[in-house]
Design a binder for this molecule. Sequence first.
Ligand SMILES: *Cc1c(COP(=O)(O)O)cnc(C)c1O
Length: 399
Amino acid sequence: MNDKERDDPLAGAGLDTLAIRAGQHRTQEGEHAEAIFPTSSYVFASAAEAAARFSGDEPGNVYSRYTNPTVRTFEERIAALEGAEKAVATASGMSAILSLAMAQLKAGDHLICSRDVFGTTVNLFAKHLSKFGVETTFVPLSEPAAWREALRPETKLLFLETPSNPLSEVADLRALADLAHENGARLAVDNCFCTPALQRPFEFGADFVVHSATKYLDGQGRCLGGVVLGDAEPMQDVLTFLRTAGPTMSPFNAWVFIKGLETLRLRMEAHSTNALALARWLREQPAVESVFYGGLPDHPGHDLAARQQRAFGGVLSFRVKGGRESAWRVIDSTRLLSLTANLGDVKTTIVHPATTTHGRLSDEEKASAGITENLIRVAVGLEDIADIQADLARGLDSL
Ligand SMILES: *Cc1c(COP(=O)(O)O)cnc(C)c1O
């Protein structure tokens, strides 16, 4: 080890430096960009070394379901950005949430989850975990009293996304972390919409953070991936589950995410700037009834979001005058925007939540969650804002 390595250049480094430098372990080839290791297994120098690696007496790679150097670089980099002791990468966002649940919960345990989480997360908890004796109560994200009322002696985990999709409701992370801890439970935050560039839930007392890396961590819609983060000790169970069940991240995908992280803060700021501009413009349009975006000062979650987040992110939604027909007309009139339920991409996407992402909800559930037929969600990308506005104006002006 030389002097340069001994005084760790990343000690106390800022977010951008960590995003660009953390976790790289240069090989003897001296490569400047991070190397990809597409290998399923590793060779040992001797039978004794193989035995020591298998028993765990000696650290090192054994098999890529356990460890892979490219995946490790991604894990170390995202852990540095979130301020976590340990990160475990997974094949997708859903396998991150599954791995956390399988590691933390057992039959008889109770889970409280915010109502507006990603639809597949609702299905995972309500339809699959329930088969193994784990019961879930869904509560409104921004009503702390509802979380308190839902608590039971057997509650082990509180799970949420903030801001919510698609209405940008905001949870008080500190209050919910305290509530969890007072009752012997832990708080897990799906930080997909903000990323650590805008919000670092561990600073507010969260115990776990999960991501769908598929979204903003990649940033260009190329790969599926996920990650769970937390303290080393509880994360050991997540790692054990992952190694046994096998939803590991591919090294190719890890490399794409490593590169995505390098521009994360710049992109998140640009997404936020474009989204705020679009929210303000939408408000001026006669065919728009209301706009939901935390960056608007009169949004009910604005003050809390301003305390917890560095900016307000790229996702907004709005109601047009009329019903489903009006909403569909605006969507179908776009020529530039991509009609897809995905988000977290440099390309702007547009979707009708009531008939796609939230289509599984009953009419009553939709009504109580505010998912009306005239609601449109836009995940604002990085095209010129004037072009995004012009594309939406075509439909809006025809209403
Ligand atoms: C997309 C998404 C997920 C699921 O991630 P996949 O990578 O698609 O498995 C989980 N949570 C949120 C908030 C998401 O947007």
